[in-house]
Write a protein that binds this ligand. Sequence first.
Ligand SMILES: [Zn+2]
Ligand SMILES: [Zn+2]
Length: 423
Amino acid sequence: MIQLIRGFRDILPSDVPLWQRIEQTAVELFEAYGFAEIRIPIMEKTELFARSIGETTDIVEKEMYTFADRQGAKQKADELLTLRPEATASIVRAYIQHKMYAGDPLHKFYMTGPMFRRERPQKGRYRQFYQIDAEIFGTGSAYADVLLISMLTELLRRLGVDDTKAHLNSLGCPECRPAYRETLTAYIDARADRLCEDCQRRKTRNPLRVLDCKVTACREAMTQAPELIDHLCDACRDHFAIVTESLADLSVPYVLDKRLVRGLDYYTRTTFEIHTEVLGAQSAVAGGGRYDGLVEALGGPSIPASGFAIGFDRLAEIVAQKQPAAVPAPALFIAPIGEEARARAFPWFIELGQAGVTCDIEMGGKSLKAQMKRANRIGAAHVLIVGETELVQGAAILRDMNTKAQQAVPLERLVATLVAELG
Ligand SMILES: [Zn+2]
Ligand SMILES: [Zn+2]
């Protein structure tokens, strides 16, 4: 038989209630702060991601699902398409394309959906993975960053994860970063022979990325490297101070993480990750930061923005440990015995569902014993039994599956009675 693609996954009905709870909790929280949902395409022109995520990143270099729009014909650059590896680029594109900055540039968006990266398959990593995103456009305020971090912390708390810690760093700005970059490049050049192949390539175009290389030799070579946080200009230092002071005011736990970097020029100032220790080793479940240069880099006006992405798959795994979600069970299972009873009972089933009573019915001709077995298996709270005798007597039997108590329900007021009792 045909199996799904390696690195892809099915989210089965037994897991979906948990996913829905996470999504509903996020939506409720984000909308309370004025975020509006945006829905963006799953595919974009490759160029959008190359320009926004950066040509020198692992994502763009190795991991994107890119293909030609049309086979055969000589390809033009804009006919190369990519399955979105993240959401921010598309949201920025939509913001610019629909001139949402005109009038009031301030907009808060959220979205949720699948992303695609051709990563090496490993446990907990998927090539189609899900993210929850939130972005704030049109303000450079440090408080916007605080809002994002506090929303993430609160979302996790509402989902039963209360050991979170925000890792924070500042990436500076076009005022202070160039000088730091030179200092860093000088440090790297003095140790270039000890660095991995990727870093050899990165060091000129993207020296900050050398700081977060996971290769042991690179980490050892970089232990004494100068830190950006110590080279901020006054404006960046003030901005960062507001973030940390406000988080402290709000009792949001955070730590300074000087190696938390993003290599591209339009990432500015605040950068953060939310870590938790659920599932053993401490690791990030969400990350984000300020990207004041991206809207302009993608062809829009100079408008500051910041945002985050939550790894939904991982979050679901974490929440499952803390607050497993039960598959919802119906309030009622209708068990008709015989052809005539079934014909009579089926419209009740339809009407009860329309009235909002969660219910199910036996549509085939199973025995009462088999039907009771099924009612038990799906966890129905009540069973309505109706056979020839009940039709003659004009009342069906409603059985409470917990207490085993039974009562007669007159057929002529059956739907109204059950709606009142179970709805
Ligand atoms: Zn600065
Ligand atoms: Zn390296």
